[in-house]
Design a protein around this ligand. Structure first.
Ligand code: IMP
Ligand code: MG
Length: 175
């Protein structure tokens, strides 16, 4: 299987800077506690590292939450395994994930965050694959790129644990 570039690193970088500016403008100020960025791992690790540094805010907290629904395949198993959310009561929480696919992951985590007493919840994904949406509660307020129904790797996204290190976002072609 060969990776073919879908979105090159420089386009990702400029889009992430734009997202950071928009999010900072929308979510700045008026709160007792800083914005809490809740980064979903493993796939979101590159995106959140870049997005966090593109937020021109004086104070931001970052917490990490491991989620999993793929078990090494290229199709979601439908069951979202996830860690318990950290303390979020009264906070404005920005959930950050690599990709919005069926929507089950964001729906599950958003539910957990709301049940844990967050004052406000927003979600930001680098990629959106609307063709595969199953759960309408899995929606994002901020989207980097909308892509067709292809399996993508690179920039943190993996296939069976491989390819996360690629700087470009790529499609895995057979052969
Ligand atoms: P959802 O719960 O189906 O929306 O899936 C979201 C999760 O599945 C993301 O956090 C990714 O980790 C993973 N995922 C979905 N599509 C892809 C893909 O094309 N490549 C790699 N991982 C993906
Ligand atoms: Mg993920």
């Amino acid at each position: 299987m060969r990776p073919r570039v879908l979105i090159p690193a420089d386009r990702i970088a400029s889009r992430v800077r734009g997202l950071g500016a928009t999010i900072a403008r929308d979510l700045a100020g008026g709160r007792d506690a800083p914005l809490l960025v809740l980064a979903l791992l493993d796939g979101g690790f590159c995106f959140v590292a870049d997005l966090a540094r593109a937020l021109p805010l004086p104070d931001v907290e970052i917490a990490f939450l491991r989620t999993s629904s793929y078990r090494g395949g290229t199709r979601s198993t439908g069951v979202v395994e996830r860690e318990p959310v950290p303390s979020v009561a009264g906070r404005c929480v920005l959930i950050v994930d690599d990709i919005l696919d069926t929507g089950r992951t964001l729906a599950a985590v958003r539910g957990d965050v709301l049940r844990a007493g967050a004052a406000a919840v927003r979600a930001c994904v680098l990629l959106d694959k609307p063709a595969r949406r199953i759960d309408a509660d899995g929606r994002a307020d901020y989207v980097g790129f909308t892509i067709p129904d292809v399996f993508v790797i690179g920039y943190g996204l993996d296939h069976a644990g491989s390819f996360r290190h690629l700087p470009d976002l790529c499609v895995l072609d057979e052969g």
